[in-house]
Design a protein around this ligand. Sequence first.
Ligand code: PXP
Length: 246
Amino acid sequence: MTSLSINVNKFALIRNARGTNMPNLVDISKKCIEYGADGITVHPRPDERHVKFSDLEELKNLTDNYEKIEFNIEGYPSDNFIKRIIDVSPDQVTLVPDPPEALTSSFGWNCEENKNFLTDVINKFRENDIRVSIFINPSSETLSKLHTIKPDRVELYTYDYAKNFNENKESAIKPYLEVTNYLKKEFPHISLNAGHDLNLHNLGYILENISEIKEVSIGHALVCDSIDFGLKQTIAKYNILTQHQK
Ligand code: PXP
């Protein structure tokens, strides 16, 4: 079984567009949980264009109401991020190497170059009982340093898989199978998450082939699908009102 953690950043982006509280992020996250999510993920970026640091406490309180629902916070571990995340104490933090202005996460950690930094940061979270996952490329290059860094989990960056899936799914998944086999052999205690650009078309195949994936975090496609699947019913509701006036 793989947990589905819904990334609610895009809902926050819509909320922020009007400077009001619509949609209400806590209500949307509650609906995500009640409709079947196993967890809520957020990625508060330094410019707070999606989820804001001030949202974190309320979302943590929400997920705390449910026994098996996890709260995962992603982000670059700046001093400010580390402090805010330790204060909120989510179930999991996912460390990404994004520069502050990044549109979205677009590469995993170079574990060789960041070995000391990641080791120190992970120790801080661990002392506070927060599980740590780090975002990695689908390649074993630089991963030997995981011996020292010792994260609880790694999150496979699935952009390349999603990009190549439509052309040739067997070759799209090949590097992911290789890195999973490497991790299983060298680091059997490190568990596996996956995320980025996963959607209704490509999710099933990766989970069938890499059953070790404990959690997927999905945001963009899920929000687009919700618009798609909800559009017909929504317009019908408006039509009832407009036709009523004719
Ligand atoms: N994992 C990480 C580290 C991310 O930064 C993101 C996007 O915020 C995701 C997963 C989810 O990607 P998507 O929105 O494409 O589903």
